[in-house]
Design a protein around this ligand. Structure first.
Ligand code: PLP
Length: 389
């Protein structure tokens, strides 16, 4: 079939036309279990009635006016996110890359304000921060960068989870550290418990901004509103997108303290960013996560899934590790397993493979106990068949 869509994705051969909770139906009527939630986006599942009603209602009232004027829903959303995350203010955009772009621009301008002509940001190996030129330069994956050189030359890269490597940096141009609380695209890597607290301490000592990319880990995915809350620390900057609108595109860069004063009028912007429709969707996401008690539920279900996979796959030497937090779960095999996404599809499941050998599961937070069991059995069967072949 010829397509006039640019071939930037190697798509699996299925087209969906309807969803409900964790279930999707393809155009030929087949039902699938969605264990990836549109890559950590539809945390409330598909077609959540509260979010659908909020979007419909808002679409009938006002979709867009631009940031040239006041937007009451944007004010409300900023206040809610700041309250939940302990931050001071928010800039709204439309994606994770844009949220990180805002954070990186903020860091540079913060540096210039301190008299640093070429500000640098510390970033991690195997990180993923987006596909704009600035964010792909920050990303620790040469496949993402290849053929887009010259990259933005403002980064110092260190191994993820290694606070000593960050402490060893001796460069007066450093202004910030940008890091994911758990690396998602990088293979569901959970850092040692002391990593984020150690980074916080280093940033305090050296006057650097601690900037957390919560694009994948935020909005209750890990069993807390934000991933950093498991570590008992507070960032200076945090970025969000993905699940913030449950599928309606919206991103945010939140700041605190001195970082909240950096992006002043005319310094950054976005035509669509934080429009009434996107903000109304995000407000209904927050309200629903709270009302359905899904933050605690994500933590509980995550533990059940980890336990379930650990016992179902206990006798597999080919399974190297089963890890994660909340409903961000990785099953690392001893071999490349990208073909599992196709096999899973044939068996009626949507799963993902990152870092070549790690099955990544990002199911919605609204799963019933039976659906959790369905997921454990389906994925265990896939791994069994794959490793036995
Ligand atoms: N940051 C992280 C941690 C991500 O996982 C992603 C996307 O996977 C991004 C940033 C980029 O987000 P977007 O695709 O919305 O630009």
């Amino acid at each position: 079939m010829s397509s006039q869509v640019m071939p930037t994705y190697a798509r699996l051969p299925v087209v969906f036309e309807r969803g409900e909770g964790p279930w999707l139906w393809s155009t030929d009527g087949t039902r699938y279990f969605d264990a990836i939630s549109g890559i950590a986006v539809c945390n409330l599942g598909h077609a959540h009635p509260a979010v659908a009603a909020a979007i419909c209602d808002q679409a009938g009232k006002l979709v867009h006016t631009s940031n040239l004027y006041g937007i009451a829903l944007q004010e409300q959303l900023a206040a809610e996110l700041c309250r939940l995350g302990g931050m001071d203010n928010a800039f709204f955009c439309n994606s994770g890359a844009e949220a990180n772009e805002a954070a990186l621009k903020l860091a540079r301008r913060h540096g210039h304000g301190r008299g640093i002509a070429h500000p640098k940001v510390v970033v991690m190996e195997n990180s993923f921060h987006g596909r704009t030129l600035f964010t792909l330069s920050a990303t620790g994956n040469t496949k993402v960068q290849e053929s887009f050189e010259p990259l933005v030359d403002s980064f110092i890269r260190v191994p993820y989870g290694n606070a000593e490597a960050v402490a060893a940096i001796d460069d007066a141009s450093v202004v910030a550290v940008l890091v994911e609380p758990i690396q998602g695209e990088g293979g569901v890597r959970v850092p040692p418990a002391e990593f984020l607290p150690a980074l916080r301490q280093l940033c305090d000592q050296r006057g650097w901004l601690l900037m957390l990319d919560e694009v994948q880990t935020g909005m209750a995915r890990t069993g807390a509103w934000f991933g950093f809350q498991h570590a008992g620390i507070q960032p200076d900057v945090m970025t969000l997108a993905k699940a913030l609108g449950n599928g309606v595109p919206i991103g945010a860069c939140l700041a605190r303290g001195a970082a909240a004063d950096v992006l002043t009028a005319g310094r950054h912007g976005s035509t669509f960013g934080g429009n009434p429709l996107a903000c109304r969707a995000a407000l209904s996401v927050i309200e629903t996560l709270q009302r359905q008690n899904l933050i605690a539920r994500a933590a509980f279900l995550g533990q059940r899934l980890l336990n379930g996979f650990r016992s179902a796959l206990a006798d597999h030497p080919q399974v190297l590790d089963i890890r994660g937090r909340g409903l961000l779960i990785g099953i690392e095999l001893d071999r490349p397993c990208a073909e599992l996404t196709q096999r899973a599809l044939a068996a009626g499941y949507l799963i993902n493979v990152t870092a070549e050998r790690t099955i990544r599961l990002l199911p919605p937070l609204i799963l019933t106990d039976e659906e959790v069991q369905h997921l454990i059995e389906g994925v265990a069967r896939l791994v069994n068949d794959f490793t036995a072949a």
